[in-house]
Design a protein around this ligand. Sequence first.
Ligand SMILES: Cc1cc2nc3c(=O)[nH]c(=O)nc-3n(C[C@H](O)[C@H](O)[C@H](O)COP(=O)(O)OP(=O)(O)OC[C@H]3O[C@@H](n4cnc5c(N)ncnc54)[C@H](O)[C@@H]3O)c2cc1C
Length: 371
Amino acid sequence: MPADFDVTIIGGGVIGLACARALSHNRSVLLVEQHFVFGSETSSRNSEVIHAGLYYPPGSLKESLCIEGRQKLYRFCDDHDVPYKKIGKLIVAPDEENPELIRLEQKALKLGIPLSRLSASEIKEKEPKVRAAAALFSPETGIIDSHTYMLRLAQEAEKSGATLMKQTRFLQATSTEDGWLLNLDTEDGEYTISTNVVINAAGLHSHDVALRAGVPASALPTLHYCRGHYFSYQQASPFQHLIYPLPEKNLAGLGIHATLDLGGQARFGPDTEYLTGHELRYGVADHLREKFANAVSSYFPCLESASLQPAYSGIRPKLSGPGQPAEDFLIFETNSEKKSKILHLFGIESPGLTSSLALADKITARLPTAT
Ligand SMILES: Cc1cc2nc3c(=O)[nH]c(=O)nc-3n(C[C@H](O)[C@H](O)[C@H](O)COP(=O)(O)OP(=O)(O)OC[C@H]3O[C@@H](n4cnc5c(N)ncnc54)[C@H](O)[C@@H]3O)c2cc1C
């Protein structure tokens, strides 16, 4: 008997939705999301920056999918009326011959990412309020309305026939001869459906989902929750572009930067704070203001710290712990020799939003060809 669905995707964040859109062209697709709104976890708790692809380890999926994903994302925004602005970004350094700045410059050249060095007068002209001895300008960096983007992905998937179910929680997967039986908890009670392939795009819960699909805990990479806080700036934005300091050691974060939303409001963040345990705690403590004021005033000396207001936070599902080198996105496949294929997506932290369309295409290419 044919399965109910060719593919079932667990998780309706930006990655699950991008997969649903890509796969529904020629497959029957079910996507289940436990919450009432798609993308209400990490996908709506980020900087909404379309990254150029400068920072990531050479040859990593983060690097290649960010570069490819950025191009695909700008095209998608144009074609589907998703608001964005390619406003560009300054990466600023306190000294002229900063080795990290030189490294980024050389890397951009090698990868073909547009990037130019700004002279002191050009920095002043572009961003009069910024203090920096040297800066790079990345014209390909932009900001996006991530909520409209996810809405369009969902609409496109549904147009191609995908079934997208909210308030539906995946409970358990049992492997069969040629696929899977999935237990789902819906508003109307528990259901069991059959599917050939499963994609685990559950973000911060991807390990829990893997365990519920029978992957032994010993086979799973360690998952670290790393929270990033944001403070909004309660004054007119002092900047026209995104302003980034040099990235943190081991790329734990990109440094407390200044981003703008599409309405022109400035905010600062995110920092990095590793959490103990796997509880989703999104509070932004008021006492962090001092840490933010110190970091931001290094490139924005006129900052009035009283204008910093705790705003929101997001949690990165990291595969690297404190002080460890950055890990790549991981597409983890169990049952590869069987017909009942399951792909787990682990460690989809930044630049996951930028990479989403390219990652979805990569996953599509790893699935059996549609009949
Ligand atoms: C602080 C921060 C800043 C960032 N900034 C940027 C940026 O500027 N640019 C960029 O490109 N990227 C950025 N990112 C990364 C980006 O936000 C993520 O890579 C992306 O949102 C991950 O999407 P996802 O779909 O994998 O996860 P999520 O959005 O977390 O989606 C997973 C979904 O799975 C659902 N789910 C889990 N378990 C179940 C279950 N059992 N049953 C049903 N549903 C389930 C959850 O409810 C959730 O909605 C940032 C991330 C953080 C934390």
